[in-house]
Design a binder for this molecule. Structure first.
Ligand SMILES: NC(=O)c1ccc[n+]([C@@H]2O[C@H](COP(=O)([O-])OP(=O)(O)OC[C@H]3O[C@@H](n4cnc5c(N)ncnc54)[C@H](OP(=O)(O)O)[C@@H]3O)[C@@H](O)[C@H]2O)c1
Length: 292
């Protein structure tokens, strides 16, 4: 299978570049090979590669900066995925794309299902929702995986930041009122690739029949505060920690340009049922991610 992957330098794309490899030839692009704002070059590239599957892990993900750059966020999160979906449809290639829990306003107290009403609170969430809708309108065989709180031990995501703060600060002040489903980028890539492998002989028909939006995050929900506590507990080098106290705070204590939704735990039962695959519990996954 010829697989075209976008976003190979990102948290998720880096992992996908590895987990998709056993399925065929992966043609992976990052910003150095192709700046996605050049939509004509994007179209030409897809036509040249002639993929049998397109996986898009690229996105404009700077949640706060998006408030100042709404046009760029919309271009990368709405127009670019729409063009990818159109080209995929012309090639009869399934299209796998990722969206976010930030399409919700976070006011629901139980886990969100795919049938819940969306109501993004910030430009990033709005642009990702527009991307979902644009792909849906194009049609074709598409799977949109809405995920949340993605972390990787590469780069400077939340887990790496907590481990670093714990080595330099006595007290960590962490919010208790944001609740979500932490998702290890590697596990998300593994599950995506297992899903793609299911379709091997008839991938267009397989995904056409299952097209739509699915929730896919680490199973269960946890507050940022308790997630931080778990990271500190599972730290493979606790002897390096300097931190003595974890202090509870509220989102309102840390004003940011973009408003964050508070409770966005995802109910992933539709994905589990349709693809007969599931993401493990967030804490077991964190244990695997941090194990020495
Ligand atoms: N991170 C989260 O907590 C989270 C939560 C929910 C959903 N998601 C969704 O999950 C998916 C993967 O997220 P992630 O955390 O892996 O994101 P990420 O680490 O920010 O990676 C995004 C990728 O897109 C690339 N990119 C951005 N602008 C580009 C451009 N103009 N041309 C070419 N490439 C460009 C980035 O390149 P460079 O960075 O190398 O420039 C990077 O490879 C995205 O759809 C995101 O919206 C993420």
């Amino acid at each position: 299978m010829r697989i075209l992957l976008f976003g190979k330098t990102g948290q998720l794309g880096w992992e996908l570049n590895r987990t998709l490899a056993p399925l065929g030839d992966v043609y992976a692009f990052g910003p150095d090979e192709l700046d996605l704002i050049e939509v004509d070059t994007l179209t030409r590239t897809i036509r040249e590669v002639q993929p049998e599957l397109i996986v898009n892990a690229s996105a404009y993900t700077a949640v706060d900066r998006a408030e100042q750059e709404p046009k760029l966020a919309m271009l990368l999160n709405e127009k670019v995925p729409m063009v990818m979906a159109e080209e995929a449809r012309k090639l009869n290639a399934p299209f796998i794309h990722y969206s976010t829990d930030y399409v919700f306003d976070g006011a629901k107290t139980s886990a969100y299902t795919e049938d819940d009403l969306t109501n993004p609170l910030n430009v990033y969430g709005h642009s990702k929702l527009k991307g979902e809708q644009a792909i849906g309108q194009v049609g074709g065989a598409h799977v949109i995986l809405r995920t949340s709180w993605v972390y990787s031990l590469r780069g400077n995501g939340f887990v790496s930041k907590v481990l670093s703060w714990a080595r330099s600060q006595d007290t960590l002040k962490i919010v208790t009122d944001q609740v979500g489903s932490p998702t290890w980028a590697r596990m998300l890539a593994e599950v995506t690739s297992a899903m793609a492998a299911r379709s091997f002989s008839d991938s267009w028909e397989y995904f056409l029949e299952k097209s739509g939006v699915y929730h896919l995050g680490g199973a269960g929900g946890v507050s940022r505060f308790d997630f931080t506590r778990a990271i500190l507990e599972l730290d493979p080098h606790p002897e390096e920690q300097k931190v003595k106290e974890l202090e509870a705070a509220l989102t309102a204590d840390f004003p940011t340009p973009a408003i964050r939704p508070l409770t966005t735990t995802l109910d992933c039962s539709r994905f589990n049922r349709v693809f007969e695959l599931s993401m493990p519990d967030w804490k077991n996954t964190l244990r695997l991610a941090l194990e020495k």
